[in-house]
Write a protein that binds this ligand. Structure first.
Ligand code: SF4
Length: 533
């Protein structure tokens, strides 16, 4: 069923929401809060319904995708297929994709779903003769007999679902429940991660099989054609990418996107981040129907009143990761030891002002030793200069931080939070404060790491930079080389220090954004940043 897609919280309860609730109340709440999932399971479900989702494929005796409603019980829904008997009575068929290795058991959510479809049809004045579940992968139809108990239970389920989805607070995740391993919403629910401890069982949430598309060739133009993103440079087709493979788009400098492409990306819930060719994030766009509107309201209230605990953890993790990165790659043991002590001070800082003082002192120390990590003779580093960059290393760092910020904006938006309301960076500065907060812990292990590796292994050479008086920037070629180095780094898997499982750095950024969400919506006591060891 796809009726939930047209429903928002506050509207009539839908049959599919009730079915989600029967499976797990938290899943219904997440679905109603607008959390979209993009799993293979969902794709199989959608594909199995393809034949039933188009009303125009129906005949006189077989109706497809029939909308139903029950005015008394106040819910809406859709029947996949209704067969009309010669005497006018109806037979309801609900399509289900159940993997062949599982049995064709009619589960309680399926019984409830059928009971609600039948009750709605009766409420609309129809006569229902029988009801079935059709298991698409087994090609097997199973008749389901419904009793008064089923209808009573279904009615109670509508009320329970309504109460659940109208609550501002998400139900807690299930505890160590086998259902989670086959739940379509596990990747956004994070039922085990909420405990902020090493994870014994692993609900495998694969990194999405999609990619961030970087458009970095000046003068090129991207548009949509037949479900693909086409990139044309000087009138020649340079790339053609199926939109199913796109996770987000980063536009670098002078590249045009057509209105049709922008609309299609937003329709699919994909975000777009625009940067200048010198690595300044100038804006982003996201779908109007993002999830977790209530959590966003809580975020504003928390950002306004302040959350020192979150700010402390962002800075403590950042400084700790600077120490680890310097220990692994540089030659400054004293600085590493002092950075460790700064990280402890940050964790206990009594105010945001003092925290910023610790962060500044740590940054001075870290960048004072940054040059010890560089092996290529062409590159030297003495001090951090933001804009304009005074040397190639600073120009590369600026650019890598912009790429990281783009990923953090995407992660924050994907869970419905607002990049502009932060806890460490002030929202008064009109910058994407929460995305900047989240970026802190990833600066050293993702952005600095990509830059140091690209410089040390010759991917970036002195010819990849151009000097304009005192300002240094990457050339087009250098920018593409750094984007490639960054993408390699952010796609690399590592062992998450809190959960002890492998995931890519990009997935880790989204997990951390969701942990911030958990703190804000009350499903989690505290936030723990990623601290590399
Ligand atoms: S992952 Fe588990 S707790 Fe979370 S929504 Fe699914 S079944 Fe419920």
């Amino acid at each position: 069923m796809s009726d939930h897609q047209a429903t928002e919280r506050g509207d009539a309860v839908t049959i599919s929401l009730v079915a989600h609730h029967e499976f797990c109340p938290r899943r219904a709440w997440l679905e109603a809060a607008g959390e979209r999932t993009d799993t293979r399971q969902m794709a199989v479900g959608v594909a199995s319904h393809a034949a039933t989702d188009d009303p125009s494929t129906g005949r006189r005796d077989i109706k497809r995708a029939v909308d139903v409603a029950h005015l008394g019980w106040s819910y809406t829904g859709r029947c996949d297929t209704i067969e009309v008997n010669p005497d006018g009575s109806l037979e309801v068929v609900e399509y289900k994709a159940t993997p062949v290795r599982r049995r064709t058991d009619v589960t309680q959510p399926m019984r409830t779903q059928l009971a609600l479809q039948v009750a709605a049809l009766i409420d609309m004045g129809e006569r229902v003769h029988a009801q079935y579940v059709y298991f698409t992968e087994h090609k097997r139809r199973v008749e389901v007999e419904l009793s008064d108990i089923d209808f009573e239970r279904a009615r109670a389920a509508v009320e329970a679902t309504r109460t659940c989805v109208e609550s501002d607070t998400a139900p807690q995740p299930l505890e160590d429940d086998p259902k989670c391993t086959r739940c379509s919403h596990a990747s956004v629910c994070l039922p085990d991660e909420r405990k902020l401890a090493s994870i014994k069982r692993r609900i495998v949430v694969a990194d999405p099989d999609t990619q961030i598309v970087h458009l970095a060739t000046p003068g090129s133009r991207a548009f949509v054609r037949s479900g693909r993103m086409i990139v044309a440079t000087h009138g020649e087709e340079a790339a053609s990418i199926p939109l199913e493979r796109v996770q987000g788009v980063a536009v670098h400098g002078n590249v045009d996107l057509t209105g049709g492409l922008i609309r299609e990306l937003l329709w699919r819930g994909l975000s777009i981040v625009w940067c200048t060719s010198t690595g300044r994030v100038v804006g982003d766009a996201a779908s109007a129907s993002g999830p977790n509107g209530s959590a966003r309201a809580l975020q504003y209230a928390s950002a306004h009143s302040g959350r020192l605990d979150l700010a402390q953890e962002f800075v403590a993790s950042k400084v700790s990761n600077q120490a680890t990165f310097l220990r692994r790659n540089g030659n400054a043991p004293e600085a590493v030891a002092r950075l460790r002590s700064f990280a402890s001070q940050a964790a206990d800082a009594p105010s945001v002002n003092e925290l910023l003082g610790v962060e500044g002192a740590a940054a001075g120390l870290y960048f004072g030793s940054f040059g010890t990590m560089l092996r290529a003779p062409d590159f030297e580093f003495s001090t951090r200069s933001r804009r304009p960059a005074h040397d190639p290393v600073n120009a590369a760092l600026n650019y890598a931080y912009a790429l990281l910020l783009g990923d953090c904006i995407r992660a924050v938006r994907s869970c419905g939070l607002d990049p502009h309301a932060g806890f460490l960076h002030s929202s008064n500065r009109n910058k994407p404060a929460l995305a900047l907060d989240l970026a802190e812990e990833f600066r050293a292990p993702v952005a600095d790491s990509a830059v140091v590796r690209a410089l040390n292994n010759g991917e970036l050479r002195s010819g990849d930079f151009q000097v304009n008086l005192a300002a240094v920037n990457l050339t087009d070629k250098g920018r593409k080389a750094l984007i490639a180095a960054y993408e390699r780094r952010v796609s690399t898997e590592f062992v998450h220090p809190t959960f002890d499982y492998s995931c890519s750095w990009r997935r880790a950024i989204e997990i951390q954004a969701r942990l911030v969400l958990g703190v804000l919506d009350g499903t989690q006591d505290r936030y723990i940043g990623v601290r590399t060891r």
